[in-house]
Design a binder for this molecule. Sequence first.
Ligand code: ZN
Length: 510
Amino acid sequence: MQRREFLKTASASAFALAASNRGWSAGTTPRIAYGGIGIESSTYGHIRARMEDFTILRGKEADENARFAFLKKRYPKVPFMPTLVATAVPGGPIARDTYDKIKTEFLERLQILLPLDGLYLPMHGAMFVEGMQDAEADWYESARKVVGSKCLMSASYDLHGNISKRIIDTLDMMSAFRTAPHIDREETMSRACDMLVKCIQGNIRTTLMWASIPVLMPGERSSTEWNPGKRLWSQLPELNKTPGVLDVSMLVGYVWADEPRGAASVVVTGTNPAEEEKVAKNLAQQYWDARREFDFGTEVCSLDACIQKAMASKTSPVVLADSGDNPTGGGNGDQATVLEALLKAGAKDVVFGGIADRPAVEACYQAGVGKTIPLSIGATLDPYASKPVKVQATVKSLLDIADPAKREAAVQIQGITLILSAYRRPYHEIVDFTKMGIDPKSAKIVVVKSGYLEPQIKAIANPNLMALTDGSINQDIVHLPANKYRKPTFPFVDDLTFTPTVYTSARSHS
Ligand SMILES: [Zn+2]
């Protein structure tokens, strides 16, 4: 039977069986598929991630995307076959029907590519789906049913991903970012893919080991740019050279989702369980010992105090981070709390990027550049979490974009130049301002919805202040409402005791 015809007529379970009886044979080209889903979901807001919030690269679109260009360069003789890759700006939980639709399409695309020797999963690790616990485990288990037990599965992770027994029991290998802010995306994805290719071609079965650490920190306290994060993560490249170890990952976990798997982790992939265990236990102990040392890497203050300091600063621009509403951490990105406080304080020469508010953006486009109009700004996506601010605003610039869902407008409100966006998005690069005709470097105060600053904004901060604002990712984590499902972790429980133990994947014994 022609392969194409066979693919059409055979059932998924038959494929799974065929795959499970197969091992890669030398001299043939390994069959590797790739695909995954990445989002960071706070359970403390009211917004939901829906289909329109996802960017989905299907088939060739993934191959042609810059994010996956390394695959062709790195593995010219091993084609990685795309399924789909879905990503969204961090936010609330994914609506269940959206998740089900994306997963179904992923599995259908995976099934067409069977039989497979390997599956690479570019993931994030902090996804939350309505009515589901441990959504990444669901994704992997569903994929495993399709690809069969012999297929090797390798995932790349964000440093802020959560791990669970189900995840460890389903994957064969994984690698997580080693930097926060994340500047090692391609290196991490390459490590995950290198292991996969090496293990398929060498017919190597790995042992995946996991040490869970009952500590949960916001990313703003656990950056790798200062201690203890710097000290802890800087050891990983050297530990990766341990004989019998293929990858060492250490994850902060994600604190703004109230679920049992929330915790820091060490995950080691390798072929020498004794060495892996030693590395995992040692790092887990070090992380635990450092738990009281984690701290913000910049000056933090209440919103009002930050505004007063910024207005009095002799240097500029002062970059003021609205940390509770940072969309790249799962905040709504629609809150006008900081805008209201700036207006109240009479702050001048302020550049603000930005607030997600589609009705306000549409009003600006309708009015046109130069017009002054009344606007209600903020609280359009989550009306429960904050209140709108009513202002008179003059439209300064409009992006020339036809799609109303992707538009942005800059407005002048007294001494404040504010960018409004029709969708949730960060303003973490200089071009995000300059494309609106705004030069953030020449402002006295630059407001961004961010925790720790991303590199380009950090480079202009003189100085940086982090305002401890309310929002879905409030930094005051121990006072977050509804901490119902989380297991006892520091700092939610202060007097815990801990001795590192290592869990070995069920697949290692099969
Ligand atoms: Zn992250």
